[in-house]
Design a protein around this ligand. Structure first.
Ligand code: ZN
Length: 428
């Protein structure tokens, strides 16, 4: 069996790994790199206007042609760093994922040959490969651990996950993972973004408690909160607090409203009848005019712009580019962390400085990560007992940290835990 590191083995983002037996290859994920996308000031709609070679040279997408005879493209979950290059590469092979993730990909690329799989449902991809998706918790609905059953043993691909035992919308399928561990896991390919963090990543229930504490505390002005558009469980937590506060929920911004309507379709979110969802620029303007003229204490907004993105609703509100003025006593709740790239840090600094000038109270870091910490990783390693481990999705420091953790569990670097670089293939 050969494992090829295509993308995500140098920096965070543009994830792609190939697994090959004889002349058959399965591609796992096919993402874009979001921080370089920002540097070139592109958005995903503009990407298709550029040539594939240009995007490869810009370090935004990978070179999947390194993989040869690909039989299928499997996608672990609906984050752009895992599927965002599919609309650009337009694979001719079937694209396999959960029904929810497929809906997300279809928003960007309708023409694909999609195959929806429920969790634990096995599907034959080729003579050598059968795929199965296993339920896991992350920071959006319907994330999966991908398993490739092969004549040489199972390949488990776990990129991105956390172990949240109190999630309201998903459960880690420990039972199935334990079963796999009793068989033969030939290789575990596993994300490594937060292995350096000690302990375990807290559950989303911790965010719910922090959020309740902050929302109860605020007693004047408009409340605006911002979070990741695809983080449906967190949006629900915010909505629940708005309802308790007796304010009108307003969801604002294209990506937020698109995710909310998809979540409604899959019965993952429960919105109060009075919720206002503004999916177009015009609807947002009208709504903000209404709020600015009315009693601002009656409203609670959820808006895009948690990283201080200059064209987000939040930045435009702060700059007065929308018909709304922040006032002394208004509050902003960041239900997100700053993704630590120099560009994001600068944008957030600018946004917070402007908010301060308007007298807005800022509540920060009402957030827990969607990625596993060190003990979560140790737990999964011991559950699956893989013969080989290939840390993925991370720079050399992150993947090196994983390798160090594995050596503590009896693995040996270069023998059964492997640090690959983009473009390298290993024979195991
Ligand atoms: Zn993810």
């Amino acid at each position: 069996m050969k494992i090829t590191a295509v993308g995500g083995y140098k920096a965070v983002g543009r994830n792609m790994t190939g697994v090959s037996i004889a002349d058959e290859t399965i591609a796992l994920d096919n993402g874009i790199r979001l921080d370089t996308l920002q540097i070139y000031d592109e958005d995903t709609n503009q990407l298709r206007k550029r040539s594939i070679q240009e995007l490869i040279d810009m370090d935004i997408i990978t070179q999947p042609d390194r993989l040869g005879n690909v039989k299928a493209q499997v996608v672990s979950h609906g984050h752009l760093d895992h599927f965002g290059a599919i609309p650009i590469h337009q694979p001719k092979t079937p694209i396999i994922s959960t029904p929810y993730t497929i809906e997300i990909i279809k928003n960007e690329y309708r023409q694909g040959d999609y195959i929806s799989l429920d969790y634990r449902q096995e599907h034959e991809l080729s003579r050598k490969f059968t795929v199965e998706l296993i339920e896991i918790t992350h920071s959006l609905p319907y994330a999966s651990i991908v398993v490739l059953h092969t004549p040489e043993g199972d390949v488990v691909y776990a990129s991105d996950f956390r172990l949240d035992n109190h999630s309201l919308i998903a459960r880690p399928d420990y039972k199935r993972l334990r079963q796999l561990g009793k068989g033969h896991v030939k290789a575990l390919i596993i994300e490594s973004t937060r292995v350096k963090e000690l302990g375990k990543t807290p559950s989303e229930s911790v965010v719910r408690k922090k959020l309740k504490d902050v929302v109860e505390f605020i007693d004047e002005g408009i409340i605006v909160s911002t979070t990741f558009s695809s983080h449906v469980e967190r949006i629900q937590s915010i909505i629940d607090e708005i309802e308790k506060k007796g304010r009108t929920p307003v969801v604002m911004g294209r990506s937020l409203s698109r995710n909310v309507s998809l979540a409604k379709k899959f019965d993952l979110i429960d919105l109060p009848a009075e919720t206002r969802v503004c999916s177009s620029a015009r609807a947002s303007r009208n709504m903000l005019e209404e709020i600015d003229k009315g009693r601002r204490e009656d409203y609670f907004l959820i808006a895009t712009g948690h990283q201080g993105e200059p064209d987000s609703v939040l930045s435009r509100m702060v700059d007065g580019r929308l018909p709304f003025r922040f006032q002394d006593g208004d509050s902003l709740i960041f239900c997100a962390n700053v993704i630590p790239t120099p560009l994001n840090k600068a944008s957030r600094y600018i946004l917070e400085t402007k908010l301060n000038r308007h007298g807005v109270r800022v509540f920060d870091r009402i957030h827990v990560s969607g990625h596993s910490a060190r003990e979560d990783h140790r737990y999964i390693m011991n559950l699956l007992k893989p013969e080989h481990i290939i840390p993925c999705h991370g720079d050399m420091g992150m993947r090196g940290s994983y390798a160090e953790l594995a050596t503590g569990e009896g693995y040996e670097i270069g023998v059964d835990v492997h640090l690959l670089t983009n473009g390298k293939t290993i024979d195991i």
